[in-house]
Design a protein around this ligand. Structure first.
Ligand code: SF4
Length: 381
């Protein structure tokens, strides 16, 4: 399908991009601001400050955007208030279903034509959403479809939050599984969609607060249900540690040695394996939250037994009980030389890690048949 998306220049191998190609800002939305900021925004536009709480309830509690249904607002002002505080940010252009309709990948067009994706996965007792923090990604990991397409721009806090609000609406309206069956609330959010969230720090933290702050300030989700993923931006990890929130940190390591990681994860040329692991351990010390090490198993690349041993040793060197490892069978990108490890090799890798006493769980790759697993979100519509 043709789109009006600009083609972002593809990065050269190994090139890191921290400054997005595009700087245009989406319209300001109440989810960009805390409650005090929303009051000011409305006052500046000539409305009474108390409308901020009313509008916030519609957005964060009722997930409502239709002015006609906001009967607590004066009839003559409803449309203009909604236009001022809740401009539409995401237009969903496609919903792709998998796993008998219990996983849905949504492709959204932003105000400037940039595309992002989110994935909602419904399980019997929980609902997990994987959301994007940037349109594209500047980290350029060679096995990742998103990284190969480059960084288009950072998302605003509200563009990040609105992916979740749209997901909640989708659950309510029966877009993902039956509308009448529980669970209908999103319980887990992982920042593992497009982009490196810590490279868009301010908007990401704004979004985190909108997700966890109690209503009507935010959605009131439990911080324990959130997972922040990073490829190892050490200064960003340290800053995030200072937030002291009980959020899980997931470090995408993918190799325990610098020689290979320099190639697999170009950001390793700035911050090495040991620095990233030290920062991860500091995160555990500050928050008490066990860190997840993500390890995409790539055939004949990083799946050797000796690498499992080296990883086990490096983690144990930093203490016990602070970490667990999630090996992920790589989802092959069409036309790519990168492919998943053979099953026996994966099993051996897992057993070698467990022999070092490292809790290890092979991660569920739900949604892989719709390109919705980690590192596969490239908004190709
Ligand atoms: S794997 Fe993650 S950090 Fe690397 S390019 Fe892909 S989205 Fe970016």
């Amino acid at each position: 399908m043709a789109t009006d998306v600009e083609i972002t220049e593809r990065p050269k191998p190994g090139q890191l991009v921290f400054k997005p190609a595009r700087r245009g800002k989406p319209p300001q939305h109440l989810a960009d601001l805390d409650l005090a900021g929303r009051k000011k925004m409305l006052q500046d536009a000539g409305y009474p400050a108390f409308r901020a709480a009313q509008l916030s309830k519609h957005y964060f509690e009722r997930f409502e955007t239709d002015p006609d249904k906001m009967t607590d607002l004066p009839a003559g002002q409803r449309e203009e208030l909604v236009a001022a505080a809740m401009p539409p940010l995401l237009t969903t252009v496609k919903n792709l279903k998998a796993d008998q309709g219990m996983t849905v990948k949504s492709v959204h067009r932003l105000f400037d034509g940039a595309m992002v994706e989110s994935v909602l996965m419904r399980y019997s007792k929980r609902v997990t959403m994987c959301i994007s923090s940037q349109a594209g990604c500047g980290m350029n990991c060679p096995f990742c479809a998103t990284g190969q397409a480059g960084l288009t721009r950072n998302l605003s806090a509200a563009e990040i939050v609105d992916q979740v609000v749209q997901g909640i609406r989708g659950l309510r309206d029966g877009v993902v599984g039956p509308a009448e069956e529980a669970p209908l609330r999103v319980s887990n959010i992982v920042f593992m969609g497009m982009g490196e969230a810590l490279a868009n720090y301010k908007a990401t933290m704004g979004a985190v607060h909108r997700l966890i702050d109690p209503s009507p300030e935010g959605l009131g989700l439990s911080a324990r249900g959130l997972t922040m993923s990073t490829v190892g931006l050490v200064p960003g990890m340290r800053k995030f540690t200072q937030e002291k929130l009980p959020i899980t940190l997931a470090l995408s390591l993918h190799a325990p040695d610098d020689e290979l990681r320099d190639e697999l994860i170009p950001v390793n040329n700035r911050w090495k394996v040991d620095e990233a692991l030290d920062a991860a351990r500091e995160y555990y010390d500050a928050t008490g939250r066990r860190v997840s090490i993500e390890y995409a198993l790539i055939r004949d690349m990083n799946d050797q037994g000796w690498r499992a041993d080296l990883l086990g040793e490096k983690l144990n060197k930093r203490g016990a009980g602070w970490v667990h490892v999630n090996p992920i069978p790589l989802n092959p990108t069409p036309g790519s030389k990168w492919t998943a490890s053979r099953p026996g090799v994966e099993q051996n890798f897992v057993e070698r890690l467990r022999a070092h006493g490292i809790p290890t769980t092979v991660r569920d790759t739900r949604g892989s048949d719709i390109d919705g697993a980690c590192g596969q979100l490239a908004a190709d519509v």
